[in-house]
Design a protein around this ligand. Structure first.
Ligand SMILES: [Zn+2]
Length: 391
């Protein structure tokens, strides 16, 4: 959204952003092993409608369909988001083709300014004149949002601010009424999280604790996604102040510059190794005690003592794993089955695209066509895929 905002500004000034710049932006996003979270507005709506949204550090992904593999295991195929589709086109330099998708995303960005204005109105008379620090801000916001006589106003603000259409808004209000008008924090914990972010920002802004320079609302959206990770890192001033207030007990906030230092130690370490040894550290960091990255791996994954990272996989095990992977990939072609609770799913398939300019999947850091998949082989796979598509 931030990139789109930047590009939009250039368009407004009558400049059209160069294809190279768009490509450059895009190439930094979505390496092959990542997954994209569902847009927060959709999650807020679903949550208010009574669907639970996991806030335990896992991403919330859209589900294209539920599938069963040939041996009867059940899983699902991850849905590709609109944002992903646009970015993949940008990667290929097809900027104009993405215009339509882009403009629909833009609308969301522009209307966001209204959110603060409306929220401000709904909070009239509630904001104190002066707040001494962020701890006090947090306390005041929590008290405000827990006040029983404000719950209906809070729910209405959510429905308006997150672009929920009136019919669905009415359904939500009825559900809330039938449930005995519970606290919104219990009724819809994820929607409540987003509202807490907005309120912290707004109270902070109106009391001068957060400077007006930092009024970019798009920056707040990073915090909406905070429940879906384990570690949140940023150098942004508003993030540095607000993110620590929103952490779960098992989450951590890391200042961006500190993470960069930790990463630099790894880069320096890898620079002295040959490409084969570099690949060894594709899925795990080298053990460098001073590196924050290693420390976090130790803390969050018990790396390396309690894990089986060191375990050697035998040829037959490797063969079995490959067969199993093929079985799951094949399952995508099957008809969809009845839904499976996500915690009961036995496998997940996510489609991803590699372009010639992407870094190689082996982790060498080299371009894919300069590494494991030479250009002629890459083109051969591409040709076969296109043939299949045309059929
Ligand atoms: Zn490679």
């Amino acid at each position: 959204m931030e990139i789109i905002g930047d590009l939009k500004k250039e368009f407004a000034e009558g400049k059209s952003p160069s294809g190279d710049r768009v490509k450059d932006f895009a190439s930094k996003l979505f390496p092959v092993e990542t997954v994209v979270n569902v847009h927060y507005k959709l999650l807020v709506k679903n949550n208010l409608l009574g669907n639970s949204v996991a806030m335990d550090g896992r991403p919330n992904v859209g589900i294209q369909k539920f599938i069963a593999s040939s041996s009867g295991q059940k899983g699902f195929l991850v849905k590709e988001t609109e944002e992903e589709k646009s970015i993949y086109k940008w990667k290929e330099g097809q900027f104009t083709e993405a215009d339509r998708e882009l403009s629909s995303l833009w609308r969301t960005v522009t209307t966001d300014e209204q959110v603060l204005i409306r929220l401000k109105q709904s909070l009239k008379g509630c904001v104190p004149d002066k707040i001494k620090d962020f701890d006090e801000l947090n306390m005041i916001v929590n008290n405000h949002l827990a006040s029983p006589d404000k719950q209906q106003a809070i729910l209405l603000a959510l429905i308006q601010n997150y672009d929920i259409n009136p019919a669905i808004g009415f359904e939500i209000l009825s559900k809330w009424g039938w449930a005995g008008k519970p606290l919104i924090s219990q009724f819809a914990p994820y929607a409540f999280h987003c509202l807490r972010v907005d309120t912290l920002f707004l109270f902070g802004l109106s009391t001068g604790l957060i400077g007006t320079r930092a009024t970019n609302r798009v920056d707040l959206e990073y915090l909406y996604y905070q429940p879906f990770g384990n570690i949140f890192t940023s150098n942004d001033k508003v993030h540095k102040n607000l993110a620590p207030l929103l952490l779960r007990d098992d989450q951590k906030f890391i200042v961006g510059t500190e993470l960069k230092q930790g990463l630099k130690l790894i880069v320096d370490f890898l620079a002295n190794l040959d490409p084969k040894s570099v690949s060894q550290f594709k899925n795990e960091p080298p053990i460098i005690n001073e590196s924050l990255v290693f420390q976090l791996w130790k803390e969050f994954f018990g790396y390396p003592q309690t894990s089986n990272w060191e375990r050697k996989i035998s040829d037959s095990e490797q063969e079995m794993m490959k067969r199993k992977a093929d079985e799951f990939i094949q399952a995508v072609e099957n008809n969809s089955i009845d839904s499976v609770l996500s915690d009961n799913a036995e496998f997940v398939v996510r489609k991803s695209y590699l372009s010639k300019n992407d870094p190689c999947y082996c982790g060498s850091g080299k371009r894919i066509t300069d590494c494991c998949l030479p250009e002629d082989k890459f083109n051969e796979i591409l040709r076969k895929q296109n043939e299949k598509k045309n059929k």
